[in-house]
Write a protein that binds this ligand. Structure first.
Ligand code: NAD
Length: 251
């Protein structure tokens, strides 16, 4: 590899939560290709191990980000960290009156408390390494999306946490947030299967049209922004909230 090749992560230790599927999986692959030592952290151990087996130098680690015990156990095995990708997250469909308290609490437990717990335990290591953190938000954290009350609320918190961290640690490490539009991952397939089993093609078409570019994003298109933000080339970028949404929020 030429010394001046951009966007390299050679020798950097990168922890990717939810690293076994969708955006996390593509990020794990892109980072390994860029030379990082990838830790694929996921609640789905089998998937994490299967992916890690394909990525030289990587490690699969079981972690439920909603459990502080599980997060502590993860960090006991990580002596050094240069890059954190806070990616693990879940969805929830429904307007405010349709949202059960238990479902609201569950989505906050994963998308907000989970991100908080991983961040809390990662920060001392990121301070030491002058590292970088990328949080995966959503356009739902920036604009209202129909029938996504709990999801929008949780992703709004992700944007807010990112900005707050960038202010508390302006020189110690960088913290940025990517807000994707709808991206073609098992997350979207699961939604179609659960809520629109008998009209998947119709609803998939609607999801395509919601984004001016006329299609869903590809997980690689998000992974490459995470790669840029985690690289030396992004050394002036912190506290930024970057949309990648095929023009959705521009419309
Ligand atoms: P995905 O469902 O394909 O992958 C999510 C991964 O997170 C899975 O491997 C899952 O096992 C893991 N996970 C879930 N709960 C966990 C927990 N408690 N602890 C550890 N791991 C856990 O989803 P995706 O589409 O790749 O989404 C990744 C992130 O991107 C999420 O935060 C999601 O909200 C966000 N996002 C997705 C889209 C989209 O359209 N796909 C759009 C905007 C934002």
């Amino acid at each position: 590899m030429e010394a001046n090749t951009p966007f390299r992560l050679d020798g950097k230790v990168a922890l990717i939560t939810g690293g076994a599927s969708g955006i996390g999986e593509c990020t794990s692959r892109a980072f390994a290709k860029a030379g990082a030592i990838v830790i694929v952290a996921d609640i789905d151990t089998k998937k994490a191990e299967a992916l890690s087996a394909q990525l030289p130098g990587s490690r699969a680690m079981q972690c439920d980000i909603t459990s502080e015990q599980s997060v502590k156990h993860l960090f006991q095995q990580i002596p050094r960290l240069d890059i954190l990708i806070n990616n693990a997250g879940i969805g929830l469909v429904g307007g405010v009156t349709e949202t059960e308290v238990s479902d609201f609490e569950k989505i906050f437990k994963v998308n907000v408390t989970g991100m908080f717990l991983v961040t809390k335990h990662a920060v001392p290591l990121l301070v030491e390494s002058h590292g970088s953190m990328v949080n995966i938000g959503s356009v739902a954290g920036l604009i209202g999306v129909k029938k996504r009350f709990g999801y929008c609320a949780s992703k709004g918190a992700v944007v807010a946490m990112t900005r707050q961290l960038a202010v508390d640690y302006p020189t110690e490490f960088r913290a940025n947030c990517i807000c994707p539009g709808t991206v073609d991952t098992p997350f979207v397939e699961g939604y179609l299967e659960k809520y629109h089993k008998h009209e998947k093609d119709k609803v998939r078409g609607e999801l395509n049209q919601r984004q001016p570019i006329g299609r869903l994003g590809k997980p690689d298109e998000i992974a490459h922004m995470a790669l840029y933000l985690s690289s030396q080339e992004a050394s002036f970028v912190t506290g930024s909230v970057i949309t990648i949404d095929g023009g959705w929020t521009a419309a």
